[in-house]
Ligand binder design. Structure first.
Ligand code: IVH
Length: 700
């Protein structure tokens, strides 16, 4: 970090108040320029604040030293009675737009310029300056004696509006210029809003229930024309300089520039922000390259642009070329395909996602936006529809930037047909007919038919097969995709109806792997209630909640019983430790869906079993107080499943054998642990023995 000379030293040096005030302002302005314009802070915020307060104190003690361009005055609001008209000393022109989206746009401009300058083909290439075309609003800043005295909008080009009170609050715009600038200087450029500032502004507006803005340009335009500058200052604006208006003539002490580029560099030195992309381009080919290069990085820029601008660099050539009606012959705007267009909403459809989320999608009259024809755009959720007030028949603004999904950003006011009903979310899932719910505090509606809904098939199967659920080895992403797409599997029970033939028929599925999948499926039939419950993928029922619920109810039938009757309520579920209203509601609604219950019944019919315990309150667990060690490979159960079953029955499953071990359960290829058990005389069981033990019978 570069540190400037310490300005409080200035006051310590017992300077006259006027000198001290100047020194402090100078320092603060330099720091602010480094921070806001160059994006290179050189002092910590606290240091800036300290010096700022020092200046404030000095000004308070010497009120006659306060000037409107002091950094302390930037934060002080001003309210205008109305926006006064300002006649521009030099008109603010517009530029001709080259609509050609191809390289020909730049070539056509270059050819025109060369023809008008009377150049032959053998003459050297013309030098241009290529700049981004900022998507904000044009502003003319008038400095007299190096001080900002007026800021005016473009208006009709001849007469604009005085918005000085708001423009003074833009930190990137210097209030005071370095010594040596021409006595009169009008700097022209674009006021705009950065995308991040725009998003944050809309976020705040939303939180406060205020109106949101359609795009950064509209937000900037609104902010600039506020009467109360405090309101304007809450909508942070930025600025780029790109030209000059009226200036002191050279023979009266004005600055003589040779080129446009040199002028921009000087504006930068004087403290104005100039876009980093601005560059010199020789001939049409380099203009084309610029158009492409900026176009490719357009979505990564922190602000919106709608094209690029080409300008003849030499100012004498600009003068020679002159103007045609109200447009200069030496400049042209070359646009990109618009990222926002207006079109009509012909309907609102509902899409159901992999996780059951319902997304309303606007069906649109086809519109060319962001370089492609768009026929639908996401409306996200009901909340967004209400906020944006979108209805069928409305004319809306659609945005498509880069690869981002097209989005409805807002409704064009005043274009709604006479009667249009408000949009309503369906009460039943359009894919499967299950109930649709929205949880308190959630923006999204969801389908509750998780086990049955075709839209949620893949997700449901993958979750069911996961290691911590039914642990079906080999049933991963790719296989599930294949099985669902081939329509071999519609709901979970179809998994257990899979045969070798249908598996082998799949692409890239060898008989050996197919066999393995079938074995894994068979193995998964022996499970535990918490695993099964977790595997159902009930929203908010994770592994540990599944365990709590299983423990509380003991059996699946008890659970279904508790949710099947309308009399049995969510309150009953709230008695389960760690189950709150959201989990309870979700669990309840899930089992209320006849389709979900049907799927569960079918799964049981396929042979899925688990030890059913008694509800926790009644009776002690069969293996309470026992310590058990598992070793080797069991014939049907996975190690995880066996461990779960034992733990569910109250046993402690340990990794090493000691005198305190109650049983060792040994499978194939059991090694040292089995030997140790025999040595210590600990009873050894096989899988069947373990299952008998769990069932409460004799162990061997
Ligand atoms: S030069 C005489 N340069 O585009 C030429 N204009 O129709 C004056 N704009 O509303 C304009 N970026 O606000 C120029 N780099 C740029 C620009 C730019 C955006 C806007 C300008 C005006 C419109 C021109």
């Amino acid at each position: 970090m570069v540190t400037d000379s310490n300005p409080s030293a200035a006051s310590a040096l017992s300077l006259q108040p006027a000198e001290a005030v100047d020194a402090l302002r100078d320092q603060l302005n330099r720091w602010a320029h480094q921070y806001y314009v160059l994006d290179e802070p050189t002092v910590p915020d606290a240091e800036y604040d300290r010096v700022f307060r020092e200046l404030q104190a000095l000004e308070e003690a010497n009120p006659d030293l306060i000037t409107p361009d002091s950094p302390t005055q930037r934060v002080i609001g001003g309210v205008a009675d109305g926006l006064a008209p300002v006649r521009h000393a030099v008109p603010m022109l517009s530029i001709h737009t080259e609509t050609d989206t191809e390289a020909t746009g730049a070539q056509a401009f270059d050819a025109r310029v060369r023809r008008e300058l009377g150049l032959a083909e053998s003459d050297p290439a013309i030098e241009y300056v290529a700049e981004p075309k900022f998507d904000g609003l044009a502003m003319s800043l008038r400095y007299e004696g190096g001080r900002l005295v007026q800021a005016a909008t473009r208006g009709d080009g001849e007469v604009g509006e005085d918005v000085t009170h708001n423009i003074r609050r833009i930190r990137q715009i210097p209030l005071i210029l370095p010594a040596g600038v021409p006595p009169l200087l009008e700097v022209r450029g674009e006021v705009y809003m950065r995308r991040a500032d725009f998003d944050a502004l809309n976020e705040r507006q939303r939180e406060q229930g205020g109106k949101t803005f359609v795009n950064p340009r509209n937000a900037a335009a609104g902010a600039v024309r506020q009467l109360d500058s405090d309101i304007s200052a809450r909508r942070p604006l930025s600025f780029f300089a790109y030209g000059l208006g009226a200036t002191t003539p050279v023979n009266e002490g004005g600055q003589a520039f040779i080129t446009h580029y040199e002028m921009l560099q000087t504006l930068k030195e004087w403290g104005f922000p100039v876009a980093a992309q601005v560059q010199i381009a020789k001939g049409a080919a380099e203009l084309v390259a610029f158009h492409q290069q900026v176009g490719a990085s357009r979505d990564q820029l922190p602000y919106d642009i709608d094209g690029v601008v080409y300008k003849v660099n030499r100012l004498d050539l600009q003068r020679d070329l002159g103007f045609k009606t109200r447009e200069p012959r030496w400049a042209v705007a070359h646009k990109y395909p618009a990222q926002e267009m207006a079109t009509r909403v012909e309907g609102i459809d509902i899409q159901v996602g992999r996780t059951g989320k319902l997304t309303p999608v606007a069906r649109l009259a086809p519109v060319f936006v962001g370089g492609v024809t768009v026929t639908n755009a996401t409306l996200h959720n009901l909340f967004e529809i209400r906020k944006k007030q979108v209805r069928v028949g409305d004319t809306v603004i659609v945005r498509r930037a880069g690869d981002v999904i097209p989005e409805v950003v807002g409704v064009m006011p005043g274009q709604r047909p006479a009667y249009v009903p408000n949009f309503r979310m369906p009460r039943q899932c359009p894919v499967c007919g299950s109930d649709v719910v929205r949880e308190p505090g959630e923006a999204n509606h969801r389908c509750t038919g998780g086990l049955f809904c075709a839209a949620q098939r893949k997700e449901a199967i993958l979750h069911f097969a996961a290691r911590r659920a039914m642990d079906i080895e080999g049933l991963g992403d790719k296989l599930v995709d294949q099985l669902v797409e081939a329509n071999v599997i519609r709901t979970l029970p179809d998994l257990y109806r899979l045969g070798l033939t249908s598996l082998v028929a799949l692409e890239r599925m060898a008989e050996k792997s197919a066999q393995n999948v079938l074995v894994a499926l068979e193995k998964s039939k022996q499970t535990t209630l918490p695993r099964f419950l977790f595997g159902l993928g009930i929203r908010h029922v994770g592994e540990s909640t599944a365990k709590d619920l299983a423990k509380h109810f003991g059996t699946l039938d008890a659970m279904i019983g508790a949710t099947a009757e309308t009399a049995a309520t969510v309150e009953q579920l709230l008695e389960v430790p760690d189950v709150g209203p959201i989990v309870a509601q979700s669990f309840y609604t899930f089992f209320q869906q006849p389709h979900n219950r049907e799927v569960i019944e079918q799964l049981r019919a396929c042979g899925l079993t688990w030890p059913e315990g008694a509800p926790a309150e009644k009776g002690a667990q069969v293996l309470a107080g026992k310590t058990i060690v598992l070793t080797g490979t069991l014939p049907t159960l996975s190690r995880d499943a066996a461990k779960d079953m034992l733990e569910a029955a109250g046993a402690k499953v340990s990794g090493s054998v000691s005198k305190k071990t109650s049983y060792v359960v040994a499978g194939e290829e059991a090694g040292s642990k089995l030997a140790k058990a025999e040595e210590l005389g600990v009873p050894v069981l096989d899988e069947a023995g373990m299952l008998a033990l769990l069932a409460g019978g004799p162990a061997a």
